[in-house]
Design a protein around this ligand. Structure first.
Ligand SMILES: [Zn+2]
Ligand SMILES: [Zn+2]
Length: 260
């Protein structure tokens, strides 16, 4: 028997074939380890003499049990293409929540930074992230239109909304182009992964450490990102706090203890 090879190149490059690719890679690694072990075994046999134990031959790894391969058309299958388009369309809403979260926590303005001025980079990592998102959206629009660059129109959040909507409409065409689909797809994945916890349409629960539930005294407070209420995660404890109440409690905890 020899190593079986698999064609990963023509598979859908999306998430549907992740387990396929992972199993093939695991098999390839196992096979490489087997070949080394087998080589060593042959050396051991050549050097064998009584009364040494006869070396055991290493076993060849079994071929992986793979899911049915889904080809890319040309790069992603239609399900994964649809999923990418949907992820792209969620970036706008997630960016809004992200901005609101950081405003609420730090009292900073969404328009603190002027586009294109490197020196005046805002100290807020949120604005920097969203600025990067906006640049990314604009660079794809420019690439699509075949021009060098596009400057920002309007405010940061408006520009993100417009840029996202513009690309969503053209996502299928971009994904149908084998030269760029993969770059586009993986960058959409990256942005989505970065902003997913702010996506208001996905239930993302943030565990709030640092403050005990006023009712059951456990560190089980949690909040859906974007919500302004905090709930207790202890079964049977239905305590609900407003975000403001929670922040007040957090302030209390952070205060240095006064010596009585
Ligand atoms: Zn797929
Ligand atoms: Zn509780």
């Amino acid at each position: 028997m020899s190593q079986r090879t698999y064609d990963l190149e023509h598979l859908c490059q999306g998430a549907c074939m992740n387990s396929y690719r992972r199993k093939v890679r695991t098999y390839e690694h196992a096979y490489a380890a087997y070949q080394t072990a087998h080589h060593n075994w042959r050396n051991d046999i050549a050097a064998w003499h009584a009364p040494m134990m006869w070396p055991t031959e290493p076993a060849e790894p079994a071929e992986p049990r793979l899911p049915y391969p889904v080809p890319g058309s040309p790069v992603y299958c239609s399900d994964c293409g649809y999923a990418l388009k949907s992820k792209l369309s969620k970036l706008d809403g997630a960016a809004c929540v992200y901005l609101r979260e950081s405003d609420g926590l730090r009292g900073q303005s969404g328009e603190a930074k002027v586009s294109g001025s490197e020196e005046s980079r805002s100290p807020s990592p949120t604005i920097d992230d969203l600025d990067d998102l906006d640049s990314w959206l604009r660079s794809w629009k420019a690439a699509y239109l075949g021009i060098d660059s596009l400057s920002r129109q309007g405010s940061l959040s408006d520009s993100i909304s417009l840029g996202t909507a513009w690309l969503v409409v053209r996502a299928e065409r971009i994904l149908a182009n084998p030269d760029i689909a993969r770059y586009f797809g993986s960058e959409v994945e990256e942005w989505h992964a970065k902003l997913i916890r702010y996506d208001p349409s996905d239930v993302v629960v943030e565990r709030l450490k640092g403050v005990r539930c006023p009712e059951c005294k456990s560190f089980t407070l949690q909040r859906r990102v974007g919500d302004d209420k905090v709930t207790c995660g202890t079964p049977k404890c239905d305590r609900v706090l407003t975000l403001v109440e929670y922040r007040d409690l957090l302030e209390e905890v952070k205060k240095p203890r006064r010596v009585a």
